[in-house]
Design a protein around this ligand. Structure first.
Ligand code: NAP
Ligand code: 3JN
Length: 340
């Protein structure tokens, strides 16, 4: 017998992603029975709004998942490492927004528009991983092109907003901008350098070859989601002084020649994509237009004549919404429709 309502726990409920999860659950009329809001002792006791209720934030602990059907995790990898298995043991299915389980072979890594069928593999582990925000918007746009003409190589450069680094990072950009205009001292805690009026080619830590973890995540996750373990992908991840909305400059080579017009026709019909490509009218994807929307915006589609079958694209999405909260809730919607 199907349940009418599902009890949902949001782990990291007070964070930038957690706030969006509440909003998306509400916007999409997800059939929530109880909503349990979990965070650390720092914000325990706060009240947060959901629909017409005010819900008290509880401290995450071993017993937090009793009677919970679905746990939506976004409190960092170490929290998921410890508490996701406890949630599964208590009978919940976990949709995890962190990188902790993404590359484990038995854990499905899912973007519903691309590989919803992978959700079927959630048992026995009980965990479904949500990809990195930069990966999600990339594969939403690339999958229909791959299906049409087989992508041979991907070169992606990101322009990532500060909201990807959490709530305090957004405050830091605001503080620095105001301080610079007022001759005051800048607070620098979340980024290694001033982010206001600057671009920093450094997201997460560098490895011995000089790539950041963010870049490596994009490469590995793109291959896993597209089911192409040896697809050549390279990435450069850059933090830019934008509050919300990640942008990406993407160059691809395909096996079969596609004209720019053909790529536009494919993307016009693609699930989750909004084609924004009328340069003659100054219409192209921009972060300020993507924020608050569910779509992945794609535009400035051009043939790249430097290689036989090259295409350039510009891809933008709300990194907290499609890049995290919305993708997780879409997975939960499929779970309750087909599996729970
Ligand atoms: P954030 O704004 O800094 O919020 C962090 C949240 O985690 C807060 O609710 C915080 O609670 C909670 N938290 C931290 N440590 C905790 C602990 N020990 N126990 C319980 N709760 C704890 O960060 P965010 O931007 O929301 O991101 C959170 C995580 O989500 C990231 O670390 C990352 O793993 C993942 N994420 C994924 C994507 C993606 O690309 N899919 C994008 C962004 C983030 P307090 O209020 O109590 O501190
Ligand atoms: O910086 C961004 O724009 C996206 C950041 C995502 C992030 C931040 C901290 C930890 C992640 C992630 O989702 O990959 C993680 C993590 O879970 O490793």
């Amino acid at each position: 017998m199907k349940k009418e309502k599902y009890n949902v726990a949001v782990v990291g409920a007070t964070g930038a992603v957690g706030e969006q999860i509440r909003e998306v659950l509400e916007d999409r009329l997800f059939p929530v029975g109880e909503l349990r809001l979990l965070a650390s002792e720092r914000s325990a006791g706060q009240f947060l709004e959901f629909r017409d209720q005010r819900i008290r934030v509880e401290i995450l602990n071993e017993d937090s998942f009793e009677n919970i059907d679905i746990g939506l995790f976004s409190a960092g990898g170490s929290v998921s490492d410890r508490f996701a298995p406890l949630a599964v043991a208590a009978g919940s299915v976990v949709v995890d927004n962190t990188s902790r389980f993404r590359m484990e072979p038995d854990v499905p890594l899912v973007v519903p528009e691309v590989n919803a069928h992978e959700i079927a593999r959630y048992k026995p582990g009980g965990i479904i991983a949500n990809p990195n925000c930069s990966t999600i918007q990339l594969v939403v746009a690339l999958k229909p092109i791959h299906d049409a003409a087989r992508i041979k190589r991907v070169v992606v450069s990101t322009y990532q907003s500060v909201s990807g680094a959490g709530r305090r990072a957004m405050e830091e950009l605001g503080q620095q901008a105001v301080a610079l205009f007022n001759g005051k001292e800048l607070v620098k805690e979340k980024f290694p350098h001033q982010i206001a009026f600057n671009c920093i080619p450094h997201i997460d830590t560098f490895d011995e070859r000089g790539y950041t973890k963010e870049e490596t995540k994009m490469i590995q996750e793109t291959r896993k989601i597209l089911g192409e373990p040896s697809l050549p992908v390279t990435a450069t991840a850059v933090r830019v002084p934008v509050f919300c909305g990640h942008s990406e400059s993407v160059n691809i080579e395909t096996e079969r020649k596609l004209t720019a017009a053909e790529v536009k026709a494919i993307l016009r019909e693609a699930p989750g994509v909004l084609l924004c490509d009328e340069p003659e009218n100054n219409v192209y994807p921009m972060a300020i237009d993507a924020v608050g929307t569910d779509a992945t915006l794609v535009g400035t589609i051009r043939e790249d004549d430097s290689v036989p079958n090259g295409i350039n694209l510009w891809i933008v999405a709300d990194n907290l919404r499609k890049g995290a909260a919305l993708n997780a809730v879409q997975i939960a919607e499929i779970l309750i429709r087909d599996y729970l």
